[in-house]
Write a protein that binds this ligand. Sequence first.
Ligand code: C5P
Length: 238
Amino acid sequence: MESRPIIAFDFSTKEEIEQFLQKFPTAEKLFIKIGMELFYQEGPMIVHFLRAQGHDVFLDLKLHDIPNTVKKAMRGIAKLGVAITNVHAAGGIEMMEAAQQGLIEGTNQNQVVPKLIAVTQLTSTSEKQMHQYQLIDVSLKESVLHYAKCAEKAGLEGVVCSAHEAADIHQVTKPEFICLTPGIRPEGTSAGDQKRVMTPAKARAIGSNYIVVGRPITQATNPYQSYLKIKKEWNGEI
Ligand code: C5P
């Protein structure tokens, strides 16, 4: 089946979303990433709004709290009917298991349990910062691989990671473990503030299972054309 790039909706308001969606045919059902910026301003209704139009949602809230709190929060998130959501692996195996349990408990009958994935080390964290502030003594790569293994052990379906890390993560996890990768840039587009980028085709070749693409689509002169082109490249059609 054709796989859709996930579009990062880094917008602040519903109005901006409505304006953006007008650039797409209504029949084009999208996979949309909603993060803290939008969720904390518009609230859960923004997920209902997109779901009602037939779009799938990755709710990127990166939960990290005591297991009981995360479990209860996940019950609520499951009721929104999102396809994917996430937690910080640094919250620990018990917290990740509780998150998974919360999603199962909160999912309405005849709905699919959202996929739960973990954030390992944020790509904004450098190895130096990790040593200095987290007092983690190993290399950044070792820490990422360790967190990926913890996520797998806790029963999660995958991790958010840089496409540059996907191949290594696949080597230490089960074959169906998901690597969802932002930092994607088609040839000729601006990297913006992303430090290490990769094209959709290369990401697929190296083992990304889902790609998240923001500005190359949201800031494009013609977002729909840009989306279609990225989708084709991602599916190996060009
Ligand atoms: O516009 P761009 O394609 O860079 O957007 C990428 C999206 O993925 C943004 O929403 C960004 O916050 C998110 N993200 C990322 N790197 C990570 C985790 C999330 O770029 N490691």
